[in-house]
Design a protein around this ligand. Structure first.
Ligand SMILES: [Ca+2]
Length: 169
């Protein structure tokens, strides 16, 4: 009968422990590599966010390029507050200079932005601006202007809407 000698037990344990030691060291390195890649991926995803602008009047009506906000008569006018919302997942940046909201059109001198909005609107938040119709009473004329908000929304980078007011009591 042939007998086989068992290999020395200490040698087997030594090899096993050595193997586990090397394996755990490599696993640790791979875990660090995976964590770094995951972190870079999350940072890259965050930077890919896009802003989405929405402008509303103080009655919460959404303004569009076709909208004309009516201030009514000079005597009934008080500052009206408009809000700029960011419905996207990247920062909305108002890029107009020197001010975020600019006045142009037929009668820009009859309007005043008494409070300008914040330049940066983070996702899911909003900022406000106040507009006064400052035409002197009471010649009965109609005075219009265009408010423009330059921003970094990809398809609404120059967002405008109209305003009108009546110079009467
Ligand atoms: Ca848009």
């Amino acid at each position: 009968m042939v007998r086989f000698n068992r290999p020395p037990r200490t040698l087997t344990r030594h090899h096993l422990l050595n193997f586990l030691h090397i394996l755990s060291g490599r696993l640790r390195i791979w875990c660090v590599v995976v964590l770094i890649v995951a972190f870079l991926f999350l940072v890259a995803c965050k930077d890919d966010g896009e802003p989405e602008i929405e402008v509303r009047d103080d009655g919460n009506t959404v303004m569009t390029p076709a909208t004309v906000f009516d201030f009514g008569n000079t005597s009934s006018t008080s500052p009206r507050t408009f809000s700029i919302h960011n419905l996207g997942d990247g920062d909305l940046v108002l890029t107009g200079s020197p001010d975020p909201v600019a006045i142009s059109g037929a009668d820009p001198g009859d309007y005043n932005i008494s409070t300008q909005p914040s330049v940066t609107v983070t996702p899911g938040t909003s900022t406000t601006f106040d507009v006064d119709f400052i035409h002197a009473c009471c010649d009965g004329g109609t005075y219009t202007a265009t408010l423009t908000i330059e921003n970094n929304d990809a398809d609404e980078g120059s967002f405008s809407f109209g305003v009108t007011g009546l110079g009467s009591s």
